[in-house]
Design a protein around this ligand. Sequence first.
Ligand SMILES: Cc1cc2nc3c(=O)[nH]c(=O)nc-3n(C[C@H](O)[C@H](O)[C@H](O)COP(=O)(O)OP(=O)(O)OC[C@H]3O[C@@H](n4cnc5c(N)ncnc54)[C@H](O)[C@@H]3O)c2cc1C
Length: 506
Amino acid sequence: MKHAHVVITALLAWSAPAFGRAKDRPRIAVIGSGIGGSSAAFFLRQELGVQAVIDVYEAEPQAGGRLLEFTYLNSTYEAGGSIIYSGNRYMSDLATSMGLTKVEPPKTLWRYGMSLFWLKRTVAKALDKFLTIYALQNEGFTFATPAELWSKIGLNDYVNMTIADHLWSAVGEHTLLERELVYAVNRVNYNQDNDLNALAGLISLVTLVGGDLFKIKEGNAKVAQKLLGVAGARLHFEVTVTGVASTDTQQYKLLAGNESLGEYDAVLIAAPLELAGIAFNIDGATDPPAPQHPFQTTHATFVRGRLRSEYFSVEEGKGMPQTVLLTEDGQGEVFSSIALYERLEDGDGVYKLFSRKPLHTGLLDGLFGAGAWRTLFHRRWSAYPKLQPQHSAAAPPVILYAGHGIFYVNALEATVSAMEVLVIAARNAALLARQWLAADADGADASAAAPSLATEASSSSGGSSGSGSGGGGAVPSLDVQRAPPGGGSDTGADVVMGAADVLVEL
Ligand SMILES: Cc1cc2nc3c(=O)[nH]c(=O)nc-3n(C[C@H](O)[C@H](O)[C@H](O)COP(=O)(O)OP(=O)(O)OC[C@H]3O[C@@H](n4cnc5c(N)ncnc54)[C@H](O)[C@@H]3O)c2cc1C
């Protein structure tokens, strides 16, 4: 799958599967146009063919959601989801196929001896298990709850214990590495301490086992925007969906206040229910448990200036670190990290700061010198759910209502919040929607007679063909045989800092 036109050819050549429930022209609504919603639209088109009507509703004026860039002096900076691991094959292949440019962020250096060796081993072990997702999805595997997925690929233990407990069992002691590196990376990535679940914690460290990081030169949100175009979805921007209600005709009505937006055979929810403000009215069905994963606030602030060495107790002329992360000892600090993103011609730097609260003038004066800095961009994010182990807060189901066609993409985000994970979740939701639509109103599978994908399209998609979960013909698939999870670390760090100490890279 090397070029966008190859994908489009594959999509258009795909003959129509049979839809027991929705007859010949299914109507599907996707709520949200972040990477989850946009890739869901893409996979829906793959699964359902050209005759399906796919409507995407987005509250904001543009697609991308938590992927958002800003431009300063001709450079593009990511204020939300930034870094993609080269092994994230969905994100990597989709970006390439959309004709986007991958560029490399700075590399990371650490200094933790044997502990690092053990950490690498445990990351690699989790990664190997995670990699099996891609082959399973190519074969049409679906999961109705996140727990089903983790159990299928052997990651149950990881999602049910904290990263701190996992490292204790893997390394045997609470090491400097755990207190500094793991704490710092997870604080930057998830604004959470070492009580998050072990899978999310290890995914943050995935680059330890090799592979590069990249971001999209044109802006990561372009992946979402291009996917929507290729999917041929009808886009409805600045429309906030407030309700989903079942109808007498076994469809779902979408509402914006009192206004009906339309009736659909299936609905994919690609926004966190904790934030989306959607009320459900599904006749005769039991509501799923209320969302239990409160979102963490993170402020991303870009500042132009020069860091003062005195603030970090670095001797004048010894060279300032490019990146500073707070360790466990630095919890009193207002910011979680500072990273130099670009050195400008006059010697000023463009720095990205993450913090739990807005940065105040006194702090910025201390960091950069009184009045010697300028805020270029600031965004307050409801960034990620609290990624607890599942035993303390079960993830919500993907099939929100048993026996109904409402699929929750962001259910998987309760365990790990990263672009690649949302694309995996989107593909799962599209496969489930196909199964749902293929069944007739009594639940029997009506897709047995579905015509199969034209051979030419199958080979031009460049991927292996898996059988659709609806039992129909071959489904055009991405070439995603082996790929690691997660977004990699957003740190690119070379120094880890406690409140009073500075550790210099080796
Ligand atoms: C600061 C920050 C840094 C990050 N760094 C990384 C990283 O380096 N690597 C990585 O892989 N991941 C990273 N992430 C996580 C990653 O960005 C997210 O996991 C991912 O983008 C979520 O995508 P999504 O489509 O599920 O949700 P969103 O991007 O939140 O999209 C949901 C969309 O739904 C819309 N919406 C919500 N409610 C409604 C409604 N009722 N009606 C209509 N529309 C609605 C919203 O406006 C939004 O556009 C980071 C996130 C943040 C905030």
